[in-house]
Design a protein around this ligand. Structure first.
Ligand code: SF4
Length: 259
């Protein structure tokens, strides 16, 4: 894209929509990466995901969810036992307090059910606006934009907003896309941030968004160097999507943890 003349609001909206369409093609597998089967499990998993990879959370939750099935189970949990179960996710003492308090509040105020409204969710222990939007979008089908660290970095690189406050970013990006697309758009942007547009060395030379991105060149533009930076089980497909030889992607990239 040219940066010689300032971009109009209409131009930015059109570019944003194009970015959205390319992301849809690039990441057909995008989804919430925290395993869950109901709103309570998702709330618990998102609390555990603070300062921890989704992969690690997913290793811990099967045993946790089998042991604690209801809000009342968390409310009445034995602290030492719960701490031990979630210890691998880090900050386990604080997280244990959040889970027990979450269980108590849900029982006292919502008959043990996770509420489906943003205004209610953000009053619960351990649940901020980001977590609330994850729960709304993925457990209740209510469109929500999840501004995590990846989302924030990418929309700023794309110059879709100059805002730095997560709530303002949420509103600014929400205005660029139809509401029905918000949840999946969030997943796709986060997927792109984890697999291609890394914080320190984005894979610009192997990125499907190169032509739409003002930050192209932030990372290596050489295809061979860029292909080595692709991550995740579809890393070879991501290389092929920009016309690169999938064999340029190292074997370990597919198995690598995504942050
Ligand atoms: S071109 Fe580079 S900076 Fe832009 S989205 Fe792709 S990887 Fe990120």
């Amino acid at each position: 894209m040219t940066t010689r003349t300032p971009e109009t609001d209409l131009g930015r909206t059109r570019r944003a929509r194009r970015i959205g369409r390319v992301l849809t093609e690039t990441h057909p597998d995008a989804h919430c990466e925290l395993d869950h089967s109901n709103a309570l499990e998702l709330a618990v998993a998102t609390i555990l995901s603070a300062q921890c990879t989704d992969k690690k959370v997913n290793e811990v939750t099967p045993k946790l969810f089998a042991r604690y099935r209801t809000a009342a189970d968390y409310a009445g949990a034995d602290r030492a036992e719960l701490e031990e179960l979630i210890r691998p996710t880090g900050f386990y003492r604080n997280k244990t307090s959040s889970l027990i308090n979450l269980g108590r509040e849900l029982c006292e105020r919502y008959d043990g059910e996770v509420p489906g409204k943003l205004a209610d969710l953000v009053t619960l222990p351990g649940i901020g606006r980001k977590t609330a939007n994850v729960i709304l979008g993925n457990a209740f089908g209510v469109p929500g934009i999840t501004v995590d660290t990846h989302f924030q970095r990418l929309v700023q690189r794309w110059r879709l907003t100059g805002e730095t406050d997560p709530v303002k970013i949420e509103h600014a990006i929400g205005a660029l896309y139809p509401k029905r697309d918000w949840t999946m758009l969030s997943h796709r942007i986060i997927f792109h941030g984890r697999r291609v547009c890394h914080a320190r060395k984005p894979a610009c030379g192997a990125c499907t968004l190169a032509k739409l991105c003002p930050a192209y060149g932030t990372g290596p533009t050489d295809p061979v160097a860029a292909a080595k930076l692709l991550k995740g089980p579809r890393a070879r497909d991501l290389a092929a999507a920009v016309g690169l030889d999938p064999d340029l992607v190292p074997q370990q990239a597919a198995a690598a943890d995504v942050p």
